[in-house]
Design a protein around this ligand. Structure first.
Ligand SMILES: NC(=O)c1ccc[n+]([C@@H]2O[C@H](COP(=O)([O-])OP(=O)(O)OC[C@H]3O[C@@H](n4cnc5c(N)ncnc54)[C@H](OP(=O)(O)O)[C@@H]3O)[C@@H](O)[C@H]2O)c1
Length: 264
């Protein structure tokens, strides 16, 4: 199971100056108890100040950069790579933060374990969205010492965002597909070629019915289609990687969603 574990203040703060804005031994002990023997996934910003793997856990750092990590720490580049890893594991995978990583996994987290810190943090710079528990139901509440309370929440099966129900195309959400697509569209020339080419191909398909009214439109339609595809292949030449749809045709649809996400 993919589980999010977080400690939040009354004003939804989770971090300040790259660190936790509080020190509660009871919460650290609880975190250790929950995650020992399991897999923990953290973002590069959370990893940096820790700097060494938390013991007795498989430590995964999510990053697209070439940061240095000890050999026992697994570096992964996308949500999708984490999900692939999780399929090979028998244990739970804990997403431990920070905010950017929680956002990346928002659609796939099935359970949240939330420690409520009884403080309002001034000057915090990292927050959880106020609605991050929307669609989740509290199944357990327990008190730690120092006035801390922990709630466990599970995703509503009837909720809009249950993984199986909201996901599409092979049990993966659009965000995960787009994430994978983005990995092979990092080169700026390739990105520009796709931003131009994808709407040309889409327009050529949308214009097809006009042939019934004005057959001379075929020329424009063919030109849009051919130029649109040519731009994509030129882009992939610069990227040095083949287009995804050659391995899986569902990426033809993902490309369109990627375009909307980029442009709007
Ligand atoms: N209260 C809590 O429970 C809690 C828990 C953890 C952390 N925190 C706090 O949160 C703060 C850090 O949070 P943050 O949001 O700034 O950073 P973060 O989520 O720890 O790390 C962000 C970085 O992770 C990588 N990343 C994130 N999503 C990715 C994706 N989908 N694919 C590939 N890489 C991805 C990127 O690294 P690259 O830029 O290297 O590619 C990104 O810049 C700190 O203050 C920390 O103490 C609080």
């Amino acid at each position: 199971m993919i589980i999010g574990i977080v400690a939040i203040s009354k004003n939804y703060a989770i971090g300040k100056d790259g660190k936790l804005p509080w020190h509660y031994s009871a919460d650290l002990r609880f975190f250790k108890e929950m995650t020992t023997g399991k897999t923990i996934v953290m973002g590069a910003n959370t990893w940096r100040p820790i700097g060494k793997p938390l013991p007795n856990r498989l430590n995964v750092v999510l990053t697209r950069s070439d940061i240095e990590t000890p050999t026992e720490v697994k570096k992964l580049r996308s949500v999708n790579e984490v999900l692939e890893l999780s399929r090979t594991l028998t244990n739970d995978v804990f997403i431990i933060g920070g905010a950017k990583v929680f956002e990346s996994f928002a659609d796939v987290i099935e359970k949240w374990i939330v420690t409520y810190i009884p403080e309002t943090i001034d000057g915090a710079d990292t927050f959880m969205p106020e609605n991050f528990l929307g669609g989740f139901t509290v199944t357990d509440t327990k008190d730690l010492s120092d006035g801390l309370q922990v709630k466990t929440l599970v995703r509503n099966r009837s909720g809009v965002k249950s993984l199986q129900e909201a996901s599409m195309m092979g049990g993966r959400t659009w965000d995960i597909w787009i994430d994978e697509y983005s990995e092979t569209h990092q080169n700026t020339v390739n990105e520009a070629m796709h931003i131009l080419g994808i709407p040309m191909i889409a327009a050529s398909i949308v214009l097809l019915p006009t042939l019934f009214i004005e057959f001379a439109m075929w020329r424009i339609i063919v030109e849009l289609f051919v130029i649109g595809w040519a731009l994509q292949f030129i882009g992939h030449f610069f990227e040095g990687k083949p287009p995804e749809f050659l391995k899986d045709r569902r990426f033809l649809l993902v490309g369109l969603r990627w375009w909307f996400k980029k442009v709007f």
